[in-house]
Design a protein around this ligand. Structure first.
Ligand SMILES: [Zn+2]
Length: 581
């Protein structure tokens, strides 16, 4: 859906929104200098370290590192998905959200097509004795089959082709939605044949794909729709819509492995279960669920593989945990899956397993302690080495502090001492680093590399590019370092669009790998007097040019050690060396 809201509209929305007004309606802000401050709504604190800048249209917490623009705040505070946050801002301003018309039309026709296919499969289920018997044997009632829209794809290669693919355009739509396959010989056929069909719905209840399970032993046992413009496996959670329909608020969410588990659990009264779609639970899955509930219980088999998978889920979840949120781990007896377990033991037994699920801190320290011998110095050192970097992934706050204390208790070493031993080996969050260093260092800009400093200056003072003295040297454009590439993109963006605020600039990087890093730099305290900004920026660009030159020199010298340089290269090296002096 993100793609269907025009980028220009989002930029305009941010330009017309006042972040101070949006946040103040939810958290009472106090004016403090040029900024506004409050106790942070995202972590527990008594003295305010949450700051909102009107000029930058950006908020930042020096305590836990939370940050973002108006859209980001609504997503975090009101726990909205991106399109919902955009709609909320637009409603606030009283302007309608335009959708890219053509794309929206295509999407609408795809939703319609998938709905049509789902009802075709449903009708086919009534004609297949084998399929019905199979489902009845799994203990599924007619009502639950209807609630989840379960159907059946009959045997045969061309049921959908014949029924819905009469024209080339219709066939193309069926291929785009993943329902038909076109092979290398350009032969077109149905993807799903002789399978129980389970429609997968998005958070608004629209069908975006299917999961198919075989009746017999043929492989694969489970087959999902491929990635399509509507269906993204890494983000979707099966049963999420149904769980929200059945529960006004989710007191918890239980992540299980398969859709058959979700359906069986629903039937037995566990209506807050969801499943990932053939992938392990991702950060996106955790973030998404945490927008709707404070507690996630992840369910695994009790065997070795289950324990390993649980540990991977723990590692994935760490960066998504904030104070007040919890992840628990639940292990079923060996050889059982949620479906078989609840059918044998019933709802209460399953509910009991959920309640008894092991908390993240307990699972964390139990698992690590089993890997080392805590009676020895080496064992403690290893525990420290394994545990500390993981704890650093958690957002600073009470929860992280408690985890640190527990580690310190096991090691018999004070938390500050552990931290000091790790300085330099683990990158700490700059927001927190910045605060602790602020007291010691008069000029923190020294901590940033020249490229980081240039990016920081541009993010915070985009008007710099309007000064005639500011020119981006070509050498920086040719610099292949990732940071330099971002710098050039940023420079071109603020040059091409006037009056962008920091919050509006950052919107262009939403979802990208560097988004977080950029937001951290946007919040960095520079302590450069306004009058010195242009000079500082020009100096920094000059330094980056020098770095680029040095990089080229080193590359040429390295080549020279391995083979003779060409005449051209020699000439280039001479010029560069001359420039250096
Ligand atoms: Zn905070």
């Amino acid at each position: 859906m993100i793609g269907s809201i025009p980028k220009d509209f989002i930029a305009e929305l941010i330009a017309r929104t006042d972040i101070v007004e949006i946040i103040d309606a939810r958290v009472t802000l106090k004016k403090k200098g040029t900024n506004y401050s409050a106790c942070c709504p995202f972590h527990n604190e008594k003295t305010p370290s949450f700051s909102v800048s009107h000029s930058k249209q950006f908020y930042h917490c020096f305590g836990c590192g939370a940050h973002g623009n108006a859209i980001g705040f609504l997503m975090a505070y009101d726990r909205l998905e991106f399109p919902e946050a955009v709609t909320a801002l637009a409603n606030h301003l009283g302007i309608p959200v335009p959708r890219e018309a053509a794309q929206q039309k295509v999407h609408a026709s795809h939703y319609e097509l998938l709905a049509k296919i789902a009802s075709y499969y449903q009708s086919q289920l009534q004609h297949s004795q084998t399929a019905l018997v199979y489902l009845m044997n799994r203990g599924l009632s007619e009502k639950i089959l209807k609630d989840f829209g379960v159907g059946f794809a009959p045997p045969g290669w061309d049921n959908l082709v014949k029924r819905l693919g009469n024209t080339q355009a219709a066939q193309a739509n069926l291929i785009d939605t993943g329902m038909l396959i076109k092979n290398e010989q350009h032969k077109i056929y149905d993807r799903f044949r002789e399978r129980i069909m389970i429609p997968i719905r998005d958070s608004q209840g629209r069908i975006i794909g299917f999961g198919g399970r075989t009746l017999g032993d043929d492989t694969p046992k489970y087959l999902n729709s491929p990635e399509t413009p509507l269906f993204h496996k890494g983000r979707e959670l099966y049963g999420f819509y149904e769980a929200r329909q059945a529960n006004r608020t989710l007191t918890y969410a239980c992540i299980v492995e398969g859709y058959m588990d979700v359906i069986a659990l629903h039937q037995c009264g566990i209506t807050q279960a969801v499943a990932t779609l053939g992938t392990a639970a991702s950060t996106a899955h955790f973030q998404r669920l945490f927008r709707h509930t404070e507690k996630i219980v992840v369910c695994f088999d009790g065997d070795r593989a289950g324990k390993d998978a649980a540990w991977r889920a723990l590692e994935t979840s760490l960066s998504t945990i904030r104070d007040g949120l919890q992840v628990n781990f639940m292990f079923l007896p060996e050889g059982e899956d949620p479906d078989s377990f609840i059918r044998k033991q019933g709802q209460e037994a399953f509910q009991q397993c959920i309640e008894n699920a092991i908390s993240l801190p307990d699972f964390f320290f139990q698992t690590l302690s089993q890997q080392v011998n805590l009676d020895t110095v080496e064992g403690k050192a290893k525990l420290n080495k394994l545990g500390y970097p993981l704890i650093q992934k958690i957002r600073p706050g009470i929860f992280q502090t408690l985890m640190m204390n527990k580690l310190s208790e096991l090691l018999g070493v004070a938390p500050e001492k552990i931290r000091s031993l790790h300085v330099g080996t683990v990158q700490r969050r700059p927001a927190v680093q910045a605060r602790s260093l602020l007291k010691q260092m008069p000029n923190k800009t020294k901590l940033l590399s020249p490229i980081q400093l240039a990016i920081t200056l541009l993010l915070q003072y985009p008007k710099l590019v309007e000064d005639p003295a500011v020119v981006l040297p070509d050498s920086i454009r040719m610099f292949k370092q990732p940071g330099a590439v971002t710098l050039v993109q940023l420079f071109d963006l603020v040059k091409s669009r006037q009056n962008l605020t920091t919050g509006a600039i950052l919107e262009n990087w939403r979802g990208s790998k560097v988004a977080n890093r950029l937001a951290e730099l946007a919040a960095w305290e520079l302590l450069i007097p306004e009058k010195g900004l242009v000079a500082e920026f020009c100096d920094t660009l000059e330094k980056i040019s020098q770095l680029e030159r040095e990089d080229k020199i080193q590359t040429l010298l390295k080549t020279a050690r391995q083979q003779e340089l060409t005449a051209e290269e020699k000439k280039q090296l001479m010029t560069l060396l001359k420039e250096r002096h």
